[in-house]
Design a protein around this ligand. Structure first.
Ligand code: FES
Length: 127
């Protein structure tokens, strides 16, 4: 699975919005650091977080077990699995929030914003 990623810090810095259809196009033109915007590959049986780490990126995480939401990402495109024993409430999952530590790609392409743990709606989930 090919993943295009974007750091939520850049979204905040530039005043962009997560539900902007043009978000990743804007990011492409913003000359961001390679660790803030770029692409990586997820191998079979690898979680999104594992793939990011193997690719040399330091994305946030803590428990690695679906219990804290520090590893949360926002899915702009594609689908990432969501195991049953996790902390993400249904309404946030419906809006596109996923956990990268135990999320496995279900589509060949993903666009994700990582580092969304600082979003206010995730505050209560961060341990
Ligand atoms: Fe805690 Fe993913 S690191 S839920």
């Amino acid at each position: 699975t090919r993943v295009e990623f974007l750091d939520y810090e850049a979204v905040v810095d530039y005043g962009w919005s997560l539900d902007d259809d043009e978000l990743f196009r804007k990011a492409s033109h913003a000359d961001l650091d390679p660790d803030a915007h770029g692409r990586l590959l997820v191998h079979p049986d690898e979680s999104l977080l594992e793939a990011a780490e193997r690719s040399g990126f330091a994305w946030p995480f803590s428990c690695r077990g679906g219990a804290c939401a520090n590893c949360a990402v926002y899915l702009a495109e594609g689908e990432l699995s969501q195991p049953t024993d996790h902390i993400m409430p249904d309404d946030l999952a419906e809006r596109g929030f996923r956990l990268s530590c135990n999320g496995y790609p279900l589509t060949d392409e993903l666009s994700v914003v990582f580092n969304v743990k600082q979003r206010p709606e995730l505050d209560d989930l961060i341990l």
